[in-house]
Design a protein around this ligand. Structure first.
Ligand code: SAH
Ligand code: SF4
Ligand code: F3S
Length: 452
């Protein structure tokens, strides 16, 4: 007899940080479901709470501890009625802080780093026995080999656009960044594994796949033709999957931008005209101190080549303001880069000193108020550019992918080729449909459009 849904254990997963954590959370949840758990969105109902954490900036990491404090109340309440709740910390804080977490947060029952998720079922069982396991080995190849593929139903529950990790870890060691320590050395998944996962996503109804990697364009592997492939060749192979309408990839590093990737943007219709290419800062001296291995001129040259290959390409980026030693003049160089590139969107942050990174030990840390003032100026400019980019679309026709319900009844949210949210009437189709629309309005974070 099939086990009653009511009797199955419930898992609640909260995701912090980047898209790779979103992808990892889905895979953990899928694996646990195949192991007998059901998902819940109510924390108090959960037998297992997983916090899939981010360590990139101090605020992100600290938020986890305040959340644990809150969740602890639910755990205590459940304990009174003899319904135990296990709290697990996964992700980059788990990797960076390991057993320290158990000391600091008594309510935590298990700690599992990003490369141990294929063993999560076993780790949870040990936690249930009272062990408080801490697992932080780097077993990335094994992880991907052993994690089960999502079932059709699981894929469908997440909609028509999906993430697919193709590369994980980082060997770049930018002096501000924790990722090489939390995700380990750079590893590329094999072509076969990636194609298999992409096909199964498309079979279940996915129309848009975003390839993920901390340095996605450093991906490389043995190709089907016996040659060593880069991301450009991989995109060509993925483009052949029937039913896969759109491809995207993120995040790229300027140093790994090769010709095959640039020409893929010229040659592949399904490769969306969008490039997320962080420069972080606009001063060569700061870029050097950040260990970025490229100059502002190198970056501008890549943008130029990309725009030659695909004139309508949208550029987005990440910026850090107030890296140690950054002067007002150097910060203004960042503004100049922004003015020159004209970004369609961007993320920008105050520099956050992270324990264990070289940046934290540098002299001349920029005072918080100076950082915040600079960030405000940068964000004002970026917001202006984003709105201008959106307004430029008014009156234009484009093909959008219908993704999900809008905020108001009768609306769908669709996605433009340039990653904008497009609000359209629900009579135009259903999720998964590609429809031709004409843009009638623009706001800072969305467009409105009508059918044509
Ligand atoms: N691999 C990507 C970025 C990964 S982290 C790359 O090389 O560009 C995502 C973003 O967080 C970074 O691009 C950077 O802008 C920001 N970031 C990373 N460390 C930071 C820190 N210590 N303080 C503030 N922002 C940081
Ligand atoms: Fe961090 Fe730099 Fe690696 Fe990006 S390239 S993940 S910023 S160390
Ligand atoms: Fe954060 Fe780890 Fe992603 S530190 S940004 S969750 S790789």
């Amino acid at each position: 007899m099939e086990e009653n849904q009511q009797d199955r254990k419930k898992v609640f997963v909260k995701t912090y940080g980047c898209q790779m954590n979103v992808y990892d959370s889905a895979r953990m949840q899928d694996a646990l479901e195949q192991d007998g758990y059901v998902k819940t969105t109510e924390i108090e109902d959960a037998d297992l709470v997983l916090l899939n954490t981010c360590h990139i900036r101090e605020k992100a990491a600290e938020k986890v501890y305040s959340d644990i404090g809150r969740i602890r109340k639910f755990k205590d309440a459940r304990a009174e009625t003899n319904r135990p709740m296990q709290i697990g910390v996964t992700g980059c804080v788990a990797q960076a802080e390991g057993s320290e977490i158990l000391k600091r947060a008594k309510a935590v029952d298990l700690v599992a780093g990003p490369q141990t998720y294929h063993r999560l079922g076993e780790i949870v069982r040990r936690a249930e026995m009272g062990e408080r396991p801490v697992e932080t080995e780097f077993e990335i190849e094994e992880k991907f080999a052993k994690l089960p593929l999502a079932t059709k139903k699981q894929v469908q529950s997440r909609g028509v656009a999906a993430f697919l990790t193709v590369q994980e870890g980082c060997d770049k060691f930018c002096t501000f960044c924790v990722v090489p320590y939390t995700r380990g050395a750079e590893v590329s998944r094999s072509v076969e594994q990636i194609l298999e996962e992409a096909r199964s996503l498309v079979d279940a109804g996915v129309r848009e796949v975003t390839l993920l990697g901390q340095n996605v364009n450093a991906w490389h592997g043995a190709g089907k033709d016996g040659r060593e492939w880069g991301l450009g060749e991989l995109l060509h192979a993925l483009a052949e999957i029937e039913g896969l309408e759109r491809l995207r990839y993120t995040t790229s590093h300027p140093v790994d931008m090769d010709e095959s990737l640039i020409t893929a943007h010229r040659d592949l219709d399904c490769l969306m005209p969008y490039l997320h290419l962080p420069i972080q800062a606009g001063s060569d001296r700061i870029l050097k101190a950040m260990n970025r291995h490229h100059t502002v001129a190198d970056y501008m040259h890549i943008i130029e080549r990309m725009r030659e290959a695909r004139p309508d390409i949208a550029i987005s980026g990440d910026f850090i303001v107030g890296f140690p030693g950054e002067t007002e003049e150097e910060f203004e160089e960042t503004l100049n880069v922004v003015r020159e590139v004209k970004y369609s969107s961007a993320f920008s942050f105050n520099y956050s000193a992270r324990p264990g990174t070289p940046g934290a030990d540098m002299d001349n840390h920029v005072p918080e108020d100076v950082k915040s003032e600079r960030l405000q100026r940068l964000q004002a400019l970026l917001n202006e550019q984003q709105l201008a980019f959106n307004e430029d679309c008014i009156g234009r026709e484009m093909r959008v992918l219908i993704e999900k319900k809008g905020r108001k009844p009768g609306q769908w949210i669709a996605r433009s080729p340039w990653l904008q949210s497009v609000v359209i009437d629900e009579s135009l189709g259903n999720p998964g449909d590609m429809v031709q629309v004409k843009v009638t309005g623009a706001r800072p974070n969305s467009l409105t459009a009508i059918g044509v």
